[in-house]
Design a protein around this ligand. Structure first.
Ligand code: KIV
Length: 262
């Protein structure tokens, strides 16, 4: 997968799969799967570091995780998230952030939102950096949205989203994440632009799907928003294995002779 393949996949109606990846060991596993693309999302602030929202990620943290993922999955197409406000403090700071993420090993960067940053987006693309857009429920704006709410429900909001999607495509982005928008609107957006849309909570008619790896693996059984499908029961797998090790250690049946040095 390289940046040109995204266009081909849309043209051929061949859906794109993406999952988040934040560290070396899961990157090594994902490197041996069929997944098309890895996203070092700023959701790592929540999933890996226990923060309440993604606003706590910064450029250094993103670069640290991108480096680990790039070491674990050097053959995969890796997208790194521009963290909170990194694109909003002027051109130089934004471009320094882009440089840090790309030099950490990303193949592309992703920016949330469109309003007020179309020129910056075009500049990033003109600088030779593949750029992915992100519209709908953009989690860095969670405080402005008053919570994690589905976006684009009113006619006005839907129209605004369609216009922003058009602007993202015109700025030269190679793909667009649509998060938590009504399925019909996501389908309209996907038909109206010529770059692929990758949905999360955006219904089945986007050109691809993305999920947070830990969520799809069922690592937190209490987190089950409507759009999420659990592909494994990771919480039970891990806790049962650890409890078995604990019991076998206590009863002296681990390690066995065959697991010990002579
Ligand atoms: O940070 C992230 O994980 C994301 C996905 C939810 C698209 O941006």
């Amino acid at each position: 997968m390289n940046v040109l393949d995204f266009q081909t996949r849309k043209r051929d109606r061949d859906k794109i799969s993406m999952v988040t990846c934040y560290d070396f060991w899961s990157a090594q596993i994902l490197a041996r799967t069929d997944i098309d693309c890895l996203l070092v999302g700023d959701s790592l602030a929540m999933v890996m570091h226990g923060h309440e929202s993604t606003v706590f990620a910064d450029v250094d943290l993103m670069a640290l995780h991108i480096k680990a993922v790039a070491r674990g999955a050097p053959g995969k197409f890796i997208v790194g998230d521009m963290p909170f406000l990194a694109a909003r403090k002027g051109l130089e700071i934004a471009m320094n952030a882009v440089q840090a993420l790309m030099q950490a090993g990303a193949n592309a960067v992703k920016i949330e939102g469109e309003a007020g940053q179309k020129e910056l987006m075009a500049h990033i693309v003109e600088s030779g950096v593949p750029l992915m857009g992100h519209l709908g429920l953009t989690p860095q704006s969670v405080h402005g949205f008053g919570g994690h709410k589905v976006q684009g429900r009113s006619d006005r909001a839907a129209e605004q989203l369609l216009q922003s999607a058009q602007a993202v495509a015109e700025a030269g982005c190679f793909a667009l994440v649509l998060e938590c928008v009504p399925a019909q609107l996501a389908a309209r957006v996907s038909r109206s632009i010529d770059i692929p849309t990758i949905g999360i909570g955006a219904g089945p008619e986007t050109d691809g799907q993305v999920l947070v790896l830990h969520d799809m693996l069922g690592m937190n059984p209490d987190f089950k928003p409507k759009f999420l499908r659990h592909y494994a029961n990771g919480f039970d797998v891990v806790s049962q294995a650890v409890n078995r090790f604990h019991e076998e250690t206590r009863h002296g049946c681990f390690p066995a002779k065959s697991e010990s040095y002579a």
